[in-house]
Design a protein around this ligand. Structure first.
Ligand code: ASP
Length: 311
């Protein structure tokens, strides 16, 4: 197994064999999960702390389940119950966690770079579960695994990532992963929601949704992240839906066997029509959640292999 680091802080910097190995291992966990079997001795005696400074349902529970399926002791800390609300700095929190001899630390933070900072201060292996607008690496892994299961490959596929690209760490991680694996990535959205550094990302940029969806193999919709917008970057939700919401008419421009993805949480009727989100053959949104657990098991497994035996 070729994984190069003690931590998983970003997809940027990983090479094709690292990603392929992680996806292969995740695929084996997907099969294990479906068989109903477990592997509870793998992380026996290890402590995993979920440290979430931002809300999460899917990601936190997914890491919790992944840790438990591998036998780790899992502790969830959310910001409302932690002393960060009482003024403790991130670094004080880090030394507290260190003293608890945590082995695997999963962190979500509103500030880009917070997981990288923590990784320099704790002994634990750190996993970025989403930092600001920077990256959300396990989301990109689960998206890639879902795509690979449906299309058999990543290379050469046309993937249209649509909507609020500028504020999306999901988009960034996906752009890095899919680009590294040889997919043709398009970003599609209003000019106000296209990141300023789009040219550097090696993607094709479309501000016309219909042109951006043409012949796509994968249509990935993103949530409109109003909490990260400083001003009125979009008109009304209705107007946004009209031009950039995924409905049957727009989806008809993509390949007939294209799949529809969304990382959740969804704003139904804003970026995606309910009928498309729940489409029995085209939507793979439920499978993304299932693959999330498998990918996180693979990441925990890989990182635990590098931990010292007895801490
Ligand atoms: N759940 C994803 C994230 O944490 C996507 C979103 O919030 O829209 O970035």
């Amino acid at each position: 197994m070729s994984y190069p680091s003690k931590h998983l802080l970003a997809i940027e910097g990983l090479e094709p064999p690292h990603i392929a190995d992680l996806l292969d291992l995740a695929e084996s966990y997907a099969l294990l999960n479906r068989s109903g079997k477990t592997q509870r001795d793998l992380l026996k005696g290890r402590t995993l702390i979920n440290l979430f400074f931002e809300d999460s349902t899917r990601t936190r529970t997914s890491f919790e389940l992944a840790g438990k399926r591998l036998g780790a002791d899992v502790i969830n800390m959310s910001v409302s119950t932690s002393s960060v609300n009482k003024g403790e700095t991130l670094l004080d929190t880090a030394s507290t966690l260190n003293a608890m001899q945590c082995d695997l630390l999963v962190i979500r933070h509103a500030q880009s770079g917070a997981p990288a900072l923590l990784s320099q201060k704790v002994d634990a292996a750190v996993i970025n579960a989403g930092d600001g607008t920077h990256e959300h690496p396990t989301q990109a892994l689960l998206d890639a695994l879902t795509i690979r299961r449906h299309k058999g490959r990543l290379e050469g596929l046309i993937v249209a990532i649509c909507g609020d690209i500028a504020h999306s760490r999901v988009a960034r991680s996906n752009i890095h992963l899919l680009g590294t694996m040889g997919a043709r990535v398009r970003i599609v959205g209003p000019p106000t929601l296209i990141p300023a550094d789009a040219a550097r990302l090696g993607v094709e940029v479309f501000t016309d949704m219909k042109a951006g969806l043409k012949d796509a193999d994968v249509v990935m919709m993103l949530r409109l992240q109003r909490e990260r917008m400083s001003g009125g970057l979009v008109p009304s939700a209705r107007e946004f839906f009209r031009f950039y919401g995924l409905d049957a008419e727009k989806l008809a421009l993509a390949k007939p066997d294209s799949i529809v993805m969304h990382p959740g949480p969804m704003n139904r009727g804003v970026e995606i029509d309910s009928a498309i989100a729940d489409h029995p053959t085209r939507s793979v949104i439920g499978e993304q959640v299932e693959m999330g657990v498998a990918c996180r098991m693979a990441v925990l497994d890989i990182l635990a292999r590098r931990l010292p035996r007895n801490r």
